[in-house]
Design a protein. Structure first.
Length: 261
């Protein structure tokens, strides 16, 4: 079941749920696409700036245009990088970027493609703003194959007859679908890979808290009767084989990149 109303407007809660994951997988992704330093980037759907932070740290960009539809996310993003960082934060739509043709060397979507209502239009915008030889790259959770960081919660919700909300373009998140999109867009030297990453939580409750206060999970949790919510929590704990100490959770992301001819 898809729900196109999922929104992320609180940068602080997003950091706890997903920003820290994006820092982990973003580093692997940046190393893989191997764009040299001193380039002009556009970070589409920058959210609260987690991936943008990694980009600045590891790529020494001359400039980054970072767009997101949420002013709440952007407010958090602006606070996480020091003054003088070459990032221009702005509100923007992935399907209609306020940039000139050919103005960037690299265009990225970090955990964004499956939230774009029409991924083909979003990718066409990436290609449009790239110079010839520029890199169009994205990574997204392997959400349909259990790769999402909160997949254990989603699986147990299904058992209770409560399907978790899905992003509107989840079908675009598979490696096969992404490769088709990139090739249909005319990109060359298209490459794909998967990253499996791990995140440590202080405890199971720490993991649960990261989900319970998120804008995607919180409405569903609040809609469950108290007894059912406690059953869900117990079932997720059992699925993860979580004890009383630290908990390590793994997630899997699909990544793709191509070159504009």
């Amino acid at each position: 079941m898809t729900d196109q109303t999922i929104r992320f407007d609180d940068g602080a809660s997003y950091e706890i749920m997903m920003g820290r994951w994006s820092l982990i997988v973003g580093a692997r992704f940046i190393d893989w696409i191997a764009v040299p330093g001193g380039q002009r980037w556009v970070d589409i759907g920058c959210g609260n700036g987690a991936f943008t932070e990694r980009l600045v740290e590891r790529c020494a960009p001359v400039q980054v245009h970072a767009f997101d539809p949420s002013e709440g996310q952007l407010a958090y993003a602006r606070s996480r990088l020091p003054a003088g960082t070459p990032v221009v934060w702005a509100q923007g739509d992935a399907m209609k970027l306020p940039l000139e043709d050919g103005c960037c060397d690299a265009a990225t979507m970090a955990l964004v493609l499956f939230f774009v209502p029409d991924p083909r239009v979003g990718l066409a915008e990436m290609v449009r703003v790239l110079r010839p030889g520029g890199v169009a790259a994205a990574y997204h959770w392997d959400i349909l194959n259990g790769g999402f960081p909160l997949a254990a919660i989603g699986a147990e919700m299904m058992k209770l007859g409560v399907p978790p909300r899905m992003p509107p373009s989840a079908s675009a998140s598979t490696l096969e679908a992404s490769e088709v999109l990139w090739k249909e867009a005319g990109l060359q030297d298209v490459r794909t890979t998967q990253f499996t990453v791990e995140r440590q939580f202080a405890s199971f409750d720490d993991y649960w808290h990261s989900a319970a206060n998120s804008s995607s999970m919180k409405p569903m949790f609040e809609a469950l009767p108290a007894g059912q919510l406690e059953d869900l929590k117990a079932n997720v704990r059992q699925r993860l084989e979580a004890g009383d100490g630290p908990l390590t959770v793994s997630a899997r992301a699909n990544a793709i990149c191509g070159i504009k001819p």
